[in-house]
Design a protein around this ligand. Structure first.
Ligand SMILES: NC(=O)C1=CN([C@@H]2O[C@H](COP(=O)(O)OP(=O)(O)OC[C@H]3O[C@@H](n4cnc5c(N)ncnc54)[C@H](OP(=O)(O)O)[C@@H]3O)[C@@H](O)[C@H]2O)[C@@H](O)CC1
Ligand SMILES: Nc1ncnc2c1ncn2[C@@H]1O[C@H](COP(=O)(O)OP(=O)(O)O)[C@@H](O)[C@H]1O
Length: 294
């Protein structure tokens, strides 16, 4: 029988993000987010917007959709580039503090090249979501690379599957995952050796070094396309600032998961949702809540 997980309660840690008077963007970290294939550019822009509004020093989008790979007049702070075909060289040149891959990534050969490159890029916190997880589920080579990365650099990689993505990784079904979510997260930790965020009602987080914790916040208004993409952006931003603010990836992930769900609850309390609650509104609420926590 599985025990009841501890409730996620990590807002106290957010005070570490408070900025000193002389801090500059270099102290807030350089984040690179990769994805946005044709038809899904919005997923990467949402992740990037969350990363920007939650405080990363630089937010760089490696965009796969050529027609979206240009400055966004509505959000000119985002550095949106056409994803290079030389993924490894592009990473070396940009020297990121944190990397996220997956929102709207697709499964093209260049997507696979980027996944290989990020899994082989040493040491920096890495967030893997969405299609990147589906590609890993379909490839033993990519799964081996992920396991190898985690052996070399423990607790430096987080994967954020929803039940459908978890099912693909575990060669199961989302119904089975939902039947016993604790068993599923244990299986995902064992399989990938990563920090795992199993999304859905009462999101679970666990890792090889940490027992399962459960987020008690959140609501069904969050069932809108793009809501997971902004969680990826939020983890990325907090991990980027964490590099200079003494927050490791486990802690950054916990803060982001709780902030994301609490922001959605707060909006519903104000009557913004549950019906029609949008990820873009949730980004702004996360920003507001985070600043109140400092
Ligand atoms: N604006 C844009 O450009 C957007 C682009 N996006 C991008 O699209 C790509 C495809 O991602 P996606 O998640 O939409 O599709 P997919 O991987 O087939 O999974 C769906 C299936 O998973 C399951 N499932 C999910 N949650 C569950 C839960 N809580 N509880 C239970 N089951 C759950 C459920 O499966 P079922 O239960 O029906 O078997 C569901 O049908 C990806 O790259 C993403 O970033 C999106 O972010 C949207 C905005
Ligand atoms: N009923 C619910 N209760 C709490 N949280 C939910 C609920 N439905 C969805 N969520 C949250 O919304 C987000 C949806 O993520 P995901 O399915 O990856 O969206 P997308 O791929 O469209 O960006 C997750 O963080 C998930 O935990």
């Amino acid at each position: 029988m599985t025990s009841t997980p501890m409730n996620l309660n990590c807002f106290d840690l957010a005070t570490r993000l408070k900025r000193g008077p002389a801090e500059h963007k270099g102290d807030a970290g350089k984040a690179i987010l990769i994805g946005g294939a044709p038809g899904m550019a919005g997923a990467l822009v949402l992740a990037g917007n969350a990363c920007l509004h939650l405080g990363a020093g630089w937010t760089i989008l490696e965009m796969f959709d050529p027609s979206s790979a240009h400055a966004d007049a509505n959000q000119p702070e985002l550095m949106i580039r056409l994803a290079s075909t030389q993924a490894h060289d592009a990473l070396i040149k940009q020297d990121p503090d944190v990397i996220a891959i997956g929102p709207g990534l697709g499964s093209s050969p260049i997507a696979i090249e980027w996944i290989k490159a990020v899994l082989s890029f040493p040491k920096v916190p890495l967030i893997i979501d969405a299609d990147a997880l589906n590609c890993i589920a379909d490839s033993e080579d990519l799964l081996n690379l992920l396991q190898h990365r985690n052996q070399q650099f423990p607790e430096m990689t987080v994967i954020t599957p929803h039940p459908g993505e978890a099912a693909r990784l575990l060669h199961s079904s989302s119904a089975k995952i939902q039947e016993d979510r604790q068993e599923a997260i244990h299986a995902l930790v064992n399989q990938t050796q990563s920090i795992v965020v199993l999304k859905g009602q009462h999101t679970l987080i666990a890792s090889p070094q940490h027992a399962v914790t459960q987020c008690m916040e959140g609501n069904p208004g969050m069932g809108t396309g793009g809501m997971g993409d902004i969680l990826t952006g939020a983890i990325t931003a907090i991990a980027a600032q964490g590099v200079c603010h003494q927050l490791n990836l486990w802690e950054a992930t916990g803060i982001a998961v709780q902030l994301h769900a609490t922001a959605a609850d707060s909006l519903v309390e104000k009557g913004v949702g549950p019906i029609g609650l949008t990820p873009s509104e949730t980004i702004m609420e996360m920003r507001s809540l985070l600043n109140k926590l400092l």
